[in-house]
Ligand binder design. Structure first.
Ligand SMILES: O=C(O)c1cc(C(=O)O)c2c(n1)C(=O)C(=O)c1cc(C(=O)O)[nH]c1-2
Length: 256
């Protein structure tokens, strides 16, 4: 598949995808060119260029994304009459929510925010998050509710690209910040095994179920939408906490 074609696709022009193989190539191209690993805020975060207050702001805002993921996944499940899909998808909710007697991703995220010195009740209240974080995350839930079940599954495909980013984050943050230790980074080490399983199911699903060029295009657009959901959250963090334009009511780091 031609790279120019893929560039056109990423710009929204018409590209016809004639097979599952072409679809996968297009999805991987979207990841390479649009995933939030490329965002300048991540470069600062992983390169040790942020102060503790800025890292706190990132973790506080990301809590809203993390804690909404199982709600999003419950909505995805509600779209399927096919029991097999529901059974396959439900472990995602358990990965985040945990179970009686076992810790889930949300608790591990709270270890991170607590380890960074944030009050857990404040984090859970989501009071201090940026308006753009709230709007972007809600848009993701609305997307899986309102679009086709195929697009709902496709929108999770950013997870194909997450493990590399998580590895970069674990090593970068441990190397650069004295306020970070392996214990508080356990959320990310756990995702290194969870995300590939989830992503490979979703990729196989869209390759098998997007049977027409129009459906393949819809799958690509779902992934583009999702990369935008992730990207705008970092734009907002950059504007507020790197450039210093914190919106009224949002978290204000203590001087450190
Ligand atoms: O740290 C990240 O950059 C990152 C990105 C993504 C993603 O690509 O959507 C997810 C996660 N982390 C993550 O931890 C996670 O549990 C997750 C679930 C989903 C999803 O769309 O269902 N994305 C992501």
């Amino acid at each position: 598949m031609k790279l120019e074609g893929m560039t056109a696709l990423s710009l929204g022009a018409k590209t016809v995808l004639n097979s599952a193989t072409e679809l996968e190539a297009a999805l991987r191209f979207i990841g390479e060119t649009r995933y939030h690993s490329l965002h300048p805020f991540h470069k600062l975060l992983h390169g040790g260029k942020l102060n503790k207050g800025q890292v706190q702001a990132w973790a506080l805002n990301r809590y809203y994304y993390q804690s909404t993921i199982p709600i999003k996944d419950a909505v995805v499940i509600s779209r399927f009459r096919d029991r097999n899909i529901r059974v396959e998808w439900r472990h995602r909710i358990e990965d985040h929510d945990g179970n009686i007697g076992s810790e889930g991703g949300i608790e591990r995220w709270l270890k991170l925010t607590e380890g960074l010195g944030l009050d857990t009740a404040y984090v859970e209240s989501t009071e201090g998050i940026l308006p753009a974080t709230r709007f972007a995350v809600e848009a993701y839930v609305h997307f899986v509710r309102d679009k086709s079940p195929l697009e709902a599954i496709a929108s999770s495909l950013t997870e194909l690209f997450a493990p590399n980013l998580h590895e970069e984050r674990i090593s970068g943050m441990l190397a650069h910040y004295d306020f970070v230790n392996p214990d508080i980074m356990s959320y990310f080490s756990r995702r290194l095994t969870q995300a590939p399983r989830d992503a490979s199911f979703a990729l196989d699903y869209v390759k098998a179920h997007a049977k027409t060029p129009e459906q393949r295009e819809a799958v690509c657009n779902a992934l583009i939408f999702k990369t935008n959901v992730l990207w705008v959250q970092l734009d907002a963090l950059y504007h507020a906490y790197v450039e210093g334009h914190i919106p009224p009511g949002a978290f204000v780091p203590k001087a450190n």
